[in-house]
Design a protein around this ligand. Sequence first.
Ligand code: SDX
Length: 429
Amino acid sequence: MSGTTSQLQIDGKTVDMAIKTGSIGPSVIDIAKLYAQTGMFTYDPGFTSTASCESQITYIDGDEGVLLYRGYPIEQLAEHGDFLETCYLLLEGELPTAVQKADFDYRVTRHTMVHEQMARFFQGFRRDAHPMAVMVGSIGAMSAFYHDSTDISDPYQRMVASMRMIAKMPTLAAMAYKYTVGQPFVYPLNSLDYTSNFLRMCFAVPAEEYKVNPVLSRALDRIFILHADHEQNASTSTVRLAGSSGANPFACIAAGTACLWGPAHGGANEAALKMLEEIGSVDNIPKYIAKAKDKNDPFRLMGFGHRVYKNYDPRAKIMQKTTHEVLNELGIKDDPLLDVAMELERIALSDSYFIEKKLYPNIDFYSGITLKAMGFPTSMFTALFALARTVGWIAQWKEMIEDPSQRIGRPRQLYTGAPQREYTPIGRR
Ligand code: SDX
């Protein structure tokens, strides 16, 4: 393998493939012409060693536990900025000036209402529908309400659709929550910041004044920053693949939301809290650790492990700190779930099985405890993840659409099914 090309020997034939180097991180071997030159495909079902695209948005170093949004460490963004600043950064590539930030906040704030008939759309769901089912349905339905921002070839319409998605996700998520608890929808209030507005839309009731707790609002805003983007994860790859066909942005975000729902992905925060509740007490931890190690037992420690992080997920560290901040603010001194979580983490991190497999807590391990303490039901956790990840999906979708070399994504396969055979009439089967 030389500096800029690699060679593959197949059946005595040498195939040269270019090596492309990024600004940081692993280089790639460009195999685009491999099939034409060899008649063979590469094989990587979980995409463990496959780069699906070139991107300038988010960088992860899984061994070092590093996460950068447009080059800025997640720790610094979470510490010093707010979620809408992170949204601007992910979309535009640079941190906003004060004027740019004020304009962006103003524009997002004034897109937070949804079409009034969306409220009637919700009436079609059962009250006990899972909020993620409602989110997938209502986000997809936005294509039926906002026809004037579905032409992806028009940069202006792409910008409007992006602002609408970022601005309306909190409103839709709050409506999904209110619908399941049988309370009236609460309209957004332009005098509130993004996350305070969301908290009020979720927890205000007409019967009394709602006062936003600034500590909780700041904590949730930071949690949104942590969830905003994460390179080419499963749901982002879903959005990119859906977008590669030219589907409108609302349909693409609905597809990403559906993928995020899975317990191996964004659904892990809901699954992790249910797991902690099932463990129940510190005394039961050894039994569950044994289950997690048992090859014949499908049980996994939810909130543990990651395809990329083979070190501590940097977001989990900030999440843990935020958990303590929120529990202190709420005067929750000894949360049994937190006790179980911290003891489970301590035991797992000293257990050779988890050390050898490099299984560390990920972002989903502590988020559930925090969100539950804030008053969100477990079923809302993934909806909050989708709310925050929408800006990442939009930024990645926009980058793909604006890439002049963009083509429809169409993977191939290794076929192991029946070779061609003749049809047998039913009387002779
Ligand atoms: C997110 O990709 C992203 O960036 C996602 C995300 C984002 O921001 O978009 O970071 C958000 O999805 C975080 C991950 C949330 N999921 C969970 O917490 C669910 C529990 N974790 C696992 O299901 C698993 O770790 C995955 C899905 C996260 C990663 O799966 P991989 O990379 O395919 O790893 P694997 O399943 O092949 O596991 C490798 C080994 C296996 O043992 P062997 O077969 O090699 O003997 O580790 C074991 C697994 O059995 N293992 C676990 C485990 N996770 C992996 N054993 C016990 N408990 C676990 N949690």
